[in-house]
Design a protein around this ligand. Structure first.
Ligand code: ADP
Ligand code: MG
Length: 605
């Protein structure tokens, strides 16, 4: 038998390691930013082209490298940060594996320029797929510039696996924020395709959070500061009334590292105890410091979980600290998301906004939905609904329906009851009598369906119904929110928005869809950005549907809203002139029927 085992050549081993370390451009960004911080930089620039697919460059003013180190740093397991195994338990740097640069150099074109403070000349090295192409002396400033070009150029499968630029940029921004939020004294700059996305000056923690998330954040923050023997907690939670309906700004940092922990998250949520509306999530920025010997940080480089020795104690302390701060700062339990939205809008804008109104439902008193379809078109001359009965059967995928209804009898309401007099129950349901029995309509879900179809129609098919604002409204957003709005600008215009000026952290809006009231502009845009971030797996897919869903959810009349007789009537009418009246845009039943038989059975048991 011959020997068949051999050691893999370095460049192959590096490529394999790269598979673990570098999943996407954002992984490179994280490694390079961390290296710059470990090098003691006070100012760090991140330059990107095409979501990092073409270029990721990090320039720092840190301590730089000697000519030998400039070459060494691309070797596998080459690090200046630990020397022996014990050092692992007393880490004060971000990196320690000595794997990142070797991995990155195996799968990209890399150019390094670096100079130590007291040297006359620096070094410049070019590497392609682990091969050194050139090494020269150059005159350059103190610090390091590392440019990573054409990531995955030699692994087409990985390159093709990358998501759209929007998605990859989102990942990069996530990593950037996680780093920027722990190092408020370091100045950061981020440019993407020559646009400035972040410009963060050296500051304190609160200022940094506000600089990253926009000026609106400032009033939301409640400080936390607790010191104990095994744990220091510093940071902020957002007041409960600003909690989000989607998980958004939730950050834990343990010893200056971003981590995810559903266990600690639970502790925070628990501290809000009764202050949060169901299904909403508090925002928080919590900085925990624990003795390095009580955590195991030696985890997978791209993962963000961490093991604590004394989890239970941490849980209890964290919960107590958050509770304490909420109490101390007298955070009033303002729980209702549906309350006057003026409270949420910036001051300037508030003066102009009218008070929050129930979204209007157009009423056509002559309209009888239960007559033939031809008449329905009169109601909405601007867009044609399909003849109802045709599409009905296909609709009942999720929703149980009786045979009688399937035959279309549902629409033929008894003449005496005409346009379906209905009653509102608990400000939540409408009860209406039909030939075969009764129908119970969920007002909020029904309205979602109506708005959804209206928006979808106006976004995709017809001219949007837009109203010009008397006074354009300037709304502040964080710079990456602005970037996002800018990306979907044309879709928003289709929906009826018109924009004036975009700045780094604000947008001026001069027109809005007719179905939107001025006081709701901020909230519907915020919710939309949230939904896009969290719901679109790959943004090459159009935003139209997400947009229509998001708007309909935000603008729909909610449970608890009183509806006048006319409004009820029109809600019922509009619902049943929808293409798919039976389900909400999110797949829930909008109404249920009870046939006379079923009602009889209730009494014959
Ligand atoms: P690690 O960070 O785990 O040590 P890396 O592969 O990321 O491994 O970097 C290898 C070494 O290169 C580091 O230990 C450090 O000495 C050096 N290095 C990397 N980036 C920089 C930088 N921006 N400035 C100075 N030295 C750097
Ligand atoms: Mg590193």
């Amino acid at each position: 038998m011959s020997d068949i085992i051999q050691l893999l050549p370095d460049h192959v081993a590096n490529q394999i390691a790269a598979g673990e370390v570098v999943q996407r451009p954002a992984s490179v960004v994280k490694e390079l930013l961390e290296n710059a911080i470990d090098a003691g930089a006070t100012s760090i620039k991140l330059l990107l082209k095409d979501a990092g697919k073409t270029l990721i460059q990090v320039i720092d003013d840190g301590k730089g490298m000697s000519a030998t180190d400039a070459r060494m740093c691309f070797e596998r397991h080459a690090t200046s940060k630990i020397k022996k195994a014990e050092d692992l338990f007393n880490l004060c740097t971000k990196g320690f594996r000595g794997e990142a640069l070797a991995s990155i150099a195996a799968i990209a074109h890399v150019e390094l320029k670096t100079k130590e403070e007291n040297e006359e000349l620096g070094s410049s090295i070019k590497i392609e797929g682990s091969k050194i192409i050139s090494q020269d002396f150059v005159s350059t400033g103190k610090g390091t510039s590392l440019a990573v070009k054409n990531l995955f150029y030699n692994i087409p499968a990985r390159r093709n696996f990358l998501k759209s630029d929007t998605v990859e940029t989102r990942h990069i921004i996530d990593e950037f924020q996680r780093v920027a939020l722990v190092h408020p004294t370091i100045a950061f700059l981020m440019h993407h395709n020559n646009n400035e996305i972040f410009h963060l000056k050296s500051s304190n923690l609160r200022q940094r959070i506000v600089a990253v998330f926009g000026a609106k954040m400032n009033e939301k923050l409640v400080p936390i500061n607790e010191q104990t023997d095994i744990l220091n907690i510093e940071g902020f939670v957002a007041k409960p009334e600003f909690s989000k309906r989607k998980r958004g700004e939730q950050f834990f940092f343990v010893n200056d590292r971003f981590i995810k922990s559903s266990y600690l998250n639970h502790a925070v949520v628990n501290a809000f105890d009764g202050l949060l509306e169901q299904g909403s999530h508090p925002s928080y920025f919590l900085y925990l410091k624990v003795p390095t010997s009580t955590i195991d940080i030696n985890i997978h480089p791209t993962k963000t979980e961490i093991k604590f020795d004394n989890e239970k104690a941490l849980y209890a302390m964290l919960r107590a600290a958050v509770k304490h701060s909420l109490g101390q700062y007298n955070v009033a339990p303002l729980l209702d998301f549906n309350r006057d939205s003026n409270l949420d809008t910036p001051y300037k804008y508030q003066q102009k906004a009218t008070s929050a109104t129930v979204p209007k439902i157009t009423v056509d008193p002559d309209f009888n939905p239960f007559k033939e379809a031809s008449q329905k078109e009169v109601h909405h001359p601007s867009y044609k609904r399909e003849k109802q009965t045709q599409s009905w059967e296909s609709l009942y995928t999720d929703v149980a329906i009786t045979d009688e209804e399937k035959q279309g009898n549902f629409f033929h309401q008894e003449e005496e009851t005409k346009t379906g007099k209905s009653f509102q129950i608990q400000k939540k349901y409408l009860l209406s009598s039909i030939k075969s029995g009764v129908v119970l309509i969920n007002q909020s879900l029904a309205h979602q369906r109506i708005l959804y179809e209206d928006f979808l129609e106006s976004i995709t098919v017809k001219e949007a119904n837009s109203q010009q604002l008397l006074f354009p409204v300037k709304i502040s957003f964080s710079s990456q929110e602005i970037e996002m709005i800018y990306t979907i600008k044309s879709e928003l215009e289709n929906a009826g928005f018109s924009f004036d000026e975009f700045t780094k952290d604000s947008v001026t809006i001069k027109g809005i869809p007719t179905s939107v009231t001025e006081s709701k502009i901020t909230i519907i845009l915020e919710e939309l950005l949230n939904d896009i971030n969290l719901e679109v797996p790959d943004a090459s897919f159009s935003h139209f549907d997400v947009m229509a869903k998001s708007f309909s959810k935000t603008l729909s009349i909610k449970t608890g809203t009183h509806l006048s007789e006319k409004e009820q009537e029109s809600l019922v009418n509009n619902l049943f002139s929808c293409k798919e009246p039976t389900i909400s845009p999110f797949g829930k039943a909008t109404f249920k029927t009870l046939t006379l038989n079923e009602i009889d059975n209730l009494f014959n048991r």
